[in-house]
Design a protein around this ligand. Structure first.
Ligand code: G6P
Length: 439
């Protein structure tokens, strides 16, 4: 490749300046010639604002990267080397419904877990699969790097239901955990290594190393003595020290929804009554961000962007693209085909695991069996993701009900059906596969 072409679908996202900053920083090793930011026509205002900022950032940095805007991905895709997807079907209004409706049934309302995760998947997967078809015909050699949530379920769907094989799902949770551990140990993050294994938003740190020496016990001690490990979108209510000591591995911030369900539910209800759901908080944050982005004097990523839960996304994304492009052979945690790395998860399913990243993509590092106390939950969530992905593709009501009823956050088949019915109606406009009439 001489001069890389990257196409970012969902380019009008408020996260885009992070990505642009990451590409600028790495320009010498990762010479991106063209960066196409693609969005839907309804997102014109946002794309134009973000696009103009991206152009100012590139100009200020003095790198010869051309930023192009488009409302037609078919125009942008030909010749792409990397396609990144960061879409939110139904925008933040749909996320607010995902977060609020389940609360009426005393069920966690969260964008990637429980009913919210199911519905985000049902809305997103068909769109991503359409993008896959376009990649297949317009840029068959491109890598698809997906950040769209629920990233694990989306990767599962791409692996099972598309012809794309060069695909990786990406999340900032592992990098966020590494940053938190480095902060706890008061060291630079590059001295910390964590053996990650599990699923997206269901990943564990099996062992933690500092300069190659295992320090898992020390980190667990810190976690139980009040040091925090979370992300901006998840409140840290602390852990029972004895639980973490017995678990012996590092949970990710999202495990709180499963191991502290009652406390997290009470917290969500409280927040919904006070500041609003996370989607509503983010709507306000986005408004402020876009006001900043509109300033013609601004030519850097504003620090306010760090208030979003997706901090460090660009580091994860740019490191991944850099390692594929430069065949680095370094280790990164990504969502990829299991291929036997984690025992008890189907070979063809997506897992989030440390991989060696080469020009041929991620090669998962063998894990073997997960510890017995967490094995079941991980397998259950994988069953949920598979069933949900099937429902997204088929639009079959019973399959969607099955997915919801087997989710550990949903208390019964009846509650599953009630939530499903209300949410199908609420999201009708974005779920054509469930409402097609046979003629
Ligand atoms: C975390 C997750 C991301 C998610 C983000 C939401 O970082 O790993 O998958 O998109 O939080 O952040 P927000 O600021 O939108 O609540």
């Amino acid at each position: 490749m001489s001069g890389i072409k990257v196409v970012t679908i969902g380019g009008g996202s408020s996260y885009t300046p992070e990505l642009v900053e990451g590409f600028i920083k790495r320009y010498n090793e990762l010479p991106i010639k063209e960066l196409w930011l693609v969005d839907i026509p309804e997102g014109k205002e946002k794309l134009e604002t973000v696009g103009a900022l991206a152009k100012r950032m590139v100009k200020k940095a003095g790198v010869p990267m051309e930023v192009k805007l488009s409302y037609d991905r078919k125009e942008a895709l030909p010749g792409a080397d990397f396609v990144t997807t960061q879409i939110r079907v139904g925008l933040l209004e749909a996320r607010a419904k995902d977060e609020k409706i389940p609360l009426n049934y005393d069920v966690i309302g969260q964008e990637t877990n429980g009913p919210g995760g199911l519905f985000k998947g049902l809305r997103t997967i068909p769109v991503i699969l359409d993008i896959c078809k376009d990649i297949e015909t317009l840029c068959p050699n491109a890598w698809l790097i997906n950040f769209s949530n629920p990233a694990g379920m989306v990767t599962e769907a791409v692996l099972r239901y598309s012809n794309i094989t060069k695909t990786v799902g990406l999340c900032n949770v592992p990098i966020g955990m590494r940053m938190s551990v480095a902060e706890m140990l008061e060291v630079e993050p590059d001295r910390v290594h964590i053996d990650f294994a599990g699923l997206n938003h269901m990943v564990f740190g099996l062992r933690v190393y500092l300069d190659g020496e295992e320090v898992t016990g020390q980190v667990l001690d810190k976690l139980t003595s009040g040091e925090s490990m979370t992300m901006k979108n998840i409140v840290d209510l602390g852990w029972e020290p004895e639980f973490i000591q017995a678990l012996q591995i590092l949970p990710c911030p999202y495990h709180r929804y499963y191991y502290q369900t009652d406390k997290m539910l009470a917290q969500e209800k409280k927040e919904a009554n006070e500041a609003g759901s996370r989607a509503e908080v983010v709507q306000q944050l986005e408004k402020e961000l876009f006001e900043l982005y509109s300033d013609p004097e601004l030519a850097i990523k504003p620090p306010q962007l760090e208030e979003r839960g997706g901090a460090y996304y660009s580091d994860a994304a740019c490191s991944l693209i850099d390692s594929i492009y430069n065949n680095r052979g370094d280790i990164q945690p990504v969502n990829t085909r299991n291929n036997g790395a984690i025992a008890g998860i189907p070979a063809e399913s997506a897992v989030e695991v440390n991989c060696v990243i080469t020009k041929d993509g991620p090669k998962p590092i063998h894990v073997g069996e997960l510890p017995v106390p967490v094995q079941g939950l991980v397998q259950q969530i994988k069953s949920f993701e598979r069933t949900a992905a099937e429902a997204a593709v088929t639009g079959d009501y019973n399959t969607a009900l099955l997915a919801l009823a087997i989710n550990p956050l949903v208390p019964s088949d009846t509650v599953a059906k009630q939530i499903l019915d209300e949410m199908l109606e609420a999201h009708k406009a974005y779920l054509p596969q469930f409402f097609q009439t046979v003629v």
